[in-house]
Design a binder for this molecule. Sequence first.
Ligand SMILES: NC(=O)C1=CN([C@@H]2O[C@H](COP(=O)(O)OP(=O)(O)OC[C@H]3O[C@@H](n4cnc5c(N)ncnc54)[C@H](OP(=O)(O)O)[C@@H]3O)[C@@H](O)[C@H]2O)[C@@H](O)CC1
Ligand SMILES: Nc1ncnc2c1ncn2[C@@H]1O[C@H](COP(=O)(O)OP(=O)(O)O)[C@@H](O)[C@H]1O
Ligand SMILES: [K+]
Length: 485
Amino acid sequence: MRTAYTADQIRGAEHELMARLPEGTLMQRAATGLAAVCADLLGRVYGKRVVLLVGSGDNGGDALYAGERLARRGAWVGAVLAGSKTHEAGLAALMRAGGRVVERDALERADLIVDGLVGIGASGALREPYRALVEEANAARGPIVAVDVPSGVDAGSGRVEGPAVRARVTVTMGAYKTGLLVDPGAEHAGTVELVDIGLGAHLPDPDVAALTGADVDVLLPRPGNESDKYRRGVLGVAAGSDTFTGAAVLAVGGALRAGAGMVRYAGPGAPVAQVRAHWPEAVVTELERPSIDDVGRVQAWVLGPGLGTGDWAHEVAAQVLASSVPVLIDADALTLVARDRGLLRRPAPVLITPHAGELARLIRADRDDIEAARLEHARRAAAELGVTVLLKGSTTVVAEESRPVRVNVTGTSWLATGGTGDVLAGVAGALLAQGLSCYDAASCGAFLHGLAGRRAAEGAPLTAADVATAVPAAIRAVTGGGRLS
Ligand SMILES: NC(=O)C1=CN([C@@H]2O[C@H](COP(=O)(O)OP(=O)(O)OC[C@H]3O[C@@H](n4cnc5c(N)ncnc54)[C@H](OP(=O)(O)O)[C@@H]3O)[C@@H](O)[C@H]2O)[C@@H](O)CC1
Ligand SMILES: Nc1ncnc2c1ncn2[C@@H]1O[C@H](COP(=O)(O)OP(=O)(O)O)[C@@H](O)[C@H]1O
Ligand SMILES: [K+]
């Protein structure tokens, strides 16, 4: 599990640790790690031009001491002093090592730029002259190494207001910051390198967590000798309408590929014909009226992709939600629930899988605000609605009350194409039916879906059906393949 923390949590841990160590120890550890990453990126250090952007706080101090180390190895190191004050001891150390203070035009010819403008001490959008410096650094030819967080990215949320550094690498001190895992911050951070400064034992429960392949391996259910199709978990899918048939096909496909023992599909005539044609494996019930009485027993439901939002759909949704098993609510069913929140009052667990637009309707927020502050809104929705929330988009996040938000680190922007969300609903629904909690089904589902997306795309467009096809390969990749139980 990769864990991440807010700026306040990091500051608290640093405070505790600093009290036990000689002054300046942590900054020296940070600078050593930072200089090592810079040296790796430069290849040969001797003779290279390194420009440090130095703000008024300790983030600038880290940059200056790393600059000192690079200057001692023969680099030409120039510091652009941007703040109202400068870390004096750091600047003196750089000077002693042969570094110098330079003007901003040195950025143009830099082989490497070190962004030490602001770290976890920043508040709000960058002010001048930092803004202009960031824009010049982003436009320069040399790669940028950001110290702790890219300046302009809010360390605690990943929020970006105004200009922000676009780093090749971010060298982060002591622990990951939440803003490095969540877009738009994550996108600005480039590759994140963690420098161990000894914070570990002083850190509280994390703010957010990201599953790794090994975590998903542990959580994924596998059939054993005692398994049969019913015990593995039967998923009901209430999706599709005479207008939207594809969503049903894709959701059922995702579920079959993600290990459901059986999938029972229920819908009207047109999607029934399509599901039958694509998936002879599914057990299909054609609904003559909006009733799920004849569908048979299931351990979980996926409700909503392509379902429509009229009276028929409302009645199907009400019946599915009146059942006593977990329900994943997606797409059109989210619209129904936004209109009639009473549908969510049920004793069994609910997982909702909105994109930002759908969540905006559900919690009456602005879509752009949600995109800009995904964590905050996913948390708010989980608390307000009393459900588990999987918020889709460039960074998918899973929120449930009293648990750290899980951030998904797989995925690719090639997934931004019609129907991939229906596949995700099927995948996560199949995991629910196999007994995972909403929290685990959502986060493992997002992980596998993202991995399947990457495998299906490999740098080129994909279709939603390709993503479903690639799900078993994604599962094999995390489980090591072939293990029997
Ligand atoms: N503590 C530790 O043990 C360790 C800490 N470490 C390092 O220290 C960093 C934290 O240092 P920090 O607390 O000094 O804050 P920091 O991020 O440098 O910025 C603060 C200054 O920036 C300014 N400023 C703020 N907002 C602004 C804005 N919007 N636009 C423009 N300016 C703005 C404001 O200055 P002022 O406006 O007063 O001039 C403020 O005083 C941390 O990220 C890590 O790199 C490591 O060495 C490991 C050990
Ligand atoms: N820019 C992006 N980067 C990564 N993944 C994305 C991006 N945009 C969308 N996705 C993913 O693609 C899927 C789209 O789902 P959704 O919006 O429900 O589409 P649809 O309704 O067409 O199925 C989600 O899993 C989402 O996380
Ligand atoms: K920085």
